[in-house]
Design a binder for this molecule. Structure first.
Ligand SMILES: NC(=O)c1ccc[n+]([C@@H]2O[C@H](COP(=O)([O-])OP(=O)(O)OC[C@H]3O[C@@H](n4cnc5c(N)ncnc54)[C@H](OP(=O)(O)O)[C@@H]3O)[C@@H](O)[C@H]2O)c1
Length: 371
């Protein structure tokens, strides 16, 4: 309890320092709106549940740290400090993968969390042919899964992976075999919880029958809502949590990217249709829309985008990625922004009228998504 109060204090101090501290938003919105406030986080613990796994309502994605977006690989010391700041602000859920770097993101994370390893949840992933020097090819052969897990354990300097995801469903390997391998790893104590990423409802169901799945991670944000129609009902039925990746639209939903911006290889956004010049221009009304809600909520567009995901279900935990302290504090401040059910309906009805241009993924990435 004392630990929680201390962290809450630090979190609020960080937000105040970043100029992002709000006057009790719940009170404000109760006064102007009679419909119930959709704050889905447990009031006593300040946590959310992914299956049986308890985590902070907002996690930290550790992918951009290793040079996925913008200006290359970030310096290790700065990223270690950033991850430690996240923990000080109450974040207990850290997302990485063997293929991030490859390896580097796990190494950064490992060094950062050593002082508080037992108090946090590390999520990592297997599923690409990293060991075989084919990092873009899928590989979920049982012997590859075992090798990947041994490598992750070594780099993470830990004796167990709290949440192990299959990064992409590998159509060559029956999902039951993947789930069976993870089940064995759980029985051996090397893995605590099982997750899937970008898996279809069919694969989720088959995997869950062999080894209960705690969380599914897929792209989900104001501008990419497919999981709502494809997998949410299955997750709800089976008691599985959902982890939206790219919840701030790879930076677009924060309002920091303008229509004149251009993305060059190897930066990830250079191949994504939604970051092509025409799409950036056509999709500007979405940013203006988020800005108007941000003003109404005394928040930032990024916080509105994140709070919107939090408001959908109690079992959703977004993992925004960042390399910057002020973005980290801003993103964590999203837990203080609530939507009433009336506001959520209004938001959803207005946003559905905005005609977006460009698909969320390039053709190769899309070809690896389980349908
Ligand atoms: N399962 C999968 O297949 C999969 C795929 C992609 C990602 N992921 C995971 O999901 C995490 C989140 O996705 P993501 O990092 O790709 O995308 P994201 O969280 O939507 O966006 C990250 C980008 O937005 C910027 N950003 C973050 N917060 C910001 C703020 N408040 N204001 C302005 N800019 C901000 C970051 O730049 P700065 O560094 O400048 O803040 C970075 O360039 C990843 O880190 C990774 O762990 C999983």
């Amino acid at each position: 309890m004392e630990d929680l109060s201390r962290r809450k204090f630090l979190q609020q101090t960080a937000l105040a320092g970043a100029g992002l501290m709000f006057t009790n938003p719940v009170t404000i919105f109760s006064q102007i709106n009679n419909s119930p406030i959709m704050n889905n986080t447990d009031k006593n613990t300040g946590k959310r549940k992914l299956g049986t796994l308890e985590v902070s309502p907002v996690g930290l994605g550790c992918l951009p740290m290793v040079g996925y977006y913008g200006s290359g690989v970030r310096e290790k010391k700065a990223m270690v400090e950033l991850i430690r700041s996240a923990y000080e602000q109450g974040v207990t859920f850290f997302d990485t993968a063997e293929v991030y770097g490859p390896y580097l993101s796990e190494e950064y994370l490992s060094e950062a969390v050593t002082p508080f390893r037992d108090k946090i949840v590390i999520a990592t992933k297997f599923g690409f042919g990293v060991e075989e020097k084919q990092p873009t090819a899928l590989n979920s052969e049982p012997k590859h899964i075992r090798r990947a897990v041994e490598g992750s354990l070594k780099r993470l300097k830990t004796d167990r992976i709290d949440l192990l995801y299959q990064h992409r469903v590998d159509q060559k390997i029956p999902i039951e075999d993947v789930a069976g391998t993870v089940k064995d790893l759980i029985q051996e104590g090397k893995v605590l919880h099982f997750g899937l990423s970008e898996a279809s409802a069919n694969s989720i169901r088959k995997a869950h029958a062999v080894q209960p799945v705690s969380a599914v991670q897929s792209e989900y944000a104001v501008w990419w809502r497919e999981p709502e129609t494809k997998i949410f009902s299955t997750l709800e039925e089976l008691g599985i949590g959902f982890v939206p990746y790219c919840p701030v639209g790879r930076g677009f939903l924060t309002g920091d990217i303008n229509a004149q911006q251009r993305f060059l290889k190897p930066e990830r956004r250079s191949t994504l249709p939604r970051f092509e010049p025409e799409a950036l221009k056509q999709n500007e009304p979405l940013i203006n829309f988020l800005r108007s809600w941000a003003e109404r909520k005394n928040a930032s567009p990024a916080q509105v985008a994140l709070a919107w995901t939090l408001a959908q279900k109690s079992w959703i935990v977004p993992i925004p990625g960042t390399t910057q302290y002020h973005h980290l504090s801003e993103n964590n401040g999203a837990i203080n922004v609530s939507f009433s059910s009336t506001e959520l309906n209004e938001f959803n009805s207005e946003v559905s009228k905005i005609k977006l241009l460009g698909h969320r993924a390039d053709a190769f990435t899309e070809s690896q998504i389980d349908k």
